[in-house]
Ligand binder design. Structure first.
Ligand SMILES: NC(=O)c1ccc[n+]([C@@H]2O[C@H](COP(=O)([O-])OP(=O)(O)OC[C@H]3O[C@@H](n4cnc5c(N)ncnc54)[C@H](OP(=O)(O)O)[C@@H]3O)[C@@H](O)[C@H]2O)c1
Length: 247
């Protein structure tokens, strides 16, 4: 029987690497079913991933996204049963999440929206027309609980919070469209919990004991939860325990 393929976008994310590692199986010991897309694929230059399809991008402009999609052969795309979209920025060398409105600024807001909301939607725009796997191709987009408006009791982190709320709204809108136009697509907005990665590293000091997860733990949990979802025309917004999050 032919194997199915999995696409991991933003594959240099700490959690993405753990997903890739987890998807290696006895039958595909060198990543034969993985399609890895990132600006930095150095993690995958090992024997373990020798047979994965690797696509390097310079940035995530729409032109690069379209070109990267076209580099995957249609015969591979039609066998893709899982896609993971892992983009997320919270801080850069030039900015940190805003504690107060006085720190809010247009550059931070637009860069955060671009990476966290716009870029994932461009991947959906260009990939979904080619994802014909039946009965169900699951697309997991990394969101965050902080994107829940009803859960916002702490305030702060204006740009990151808004970017994930915007992402959730666009995913919900896409799910409604896919119910008509791409019935085999199952969209999942996933909150991994606070996970040890470059994104969370400066903010780990106050995380309660036992609440800072390893990327391996989160990847294992996510992949097991995916077994419980079929294409149903809905956006599922869940956390690492597979518990639904209110918008
Ligand atoms: N870690 C946590 O505690 C936590 C909590 C809640 C939600 N999340 C979400 O989980 C996802 C994965 O995060 P992580 O912890 O694995 O973070 P990470 O290791 O810091 O990875 C960062 C990811 O963002 C991408 N990225 C960085 N700058 C970008 C830009 N300017 N434009 C587009 N993409 C850019 C990277 O792509 P390249 O592969 O091209 O470098 C990579 O996929 C994110 O969506 C994050 O918001 C994480």
């Amino acid at each position: 029987m032919e194997s199915n393929y999995q696409i991991i976008i933003g594959a240099n994310s700490e959690i993405a690497k753990a997903i890739a590692d987890n998807l290696i199986t006895h039958d595909t010991p060198h990543g034969e079913t993985l399609i890895l897309i990132s600006r930095d694929l150095s993690f995958y230059e090992t024997k373990r991933f020798a047979n994965a399809i690797k696509i390097a991008v310079d940035d995530y402009s729409e032109a690069e996204i379209k070109q990267a999609t076209e580099l995957v052969s249609p015969s591979h795309l039609e066998r893709v049963n899982k896609v993971f979209v892992c983009h997320g920025i919270l801080h850069t060398a030039l900015f940190s999440p805003e504690k107060q409105l006085a720190s809010f600024n247009p550059d931070q807001f637009s860069q955060t929206l671009m990476a966290n909301s716009l870029t994932p939607m461009l991947w959906l725009k260009h990939l979904v027309p080619f994802l014909s796997f039946k009965p169900c191709c699951q697309i997991v987009v990394f969101s965050a609980r902080i994107g829940s408006i009803s859960d916002n009791n702490l305030g702060g982190w204006y740009s990151y919070r808004a970017s994930k709320a915007a992402l959730n709204m666009m995913l919900k809108t896409a799910a409604i469209e896919f119910k008509r136009r791409a019935k085999n697509i199952k969209l999942i907005a996933f909150h991994p919990g606070t996970t040890d990665s470059p994104l969370s590293r400066p903010f780990q000091r106050n995380v309660p004991e036992g609440k800072l997860f390893t990327s391996t733990f989160v990847a294992t949990a996510l992949l097991s939860h995916l077994e419980t979802y079929q294409a149903d025309g809905e956006l599922t917004y869940i956390d690492w325990q597979n518990k639904p999050i209110n918008y």
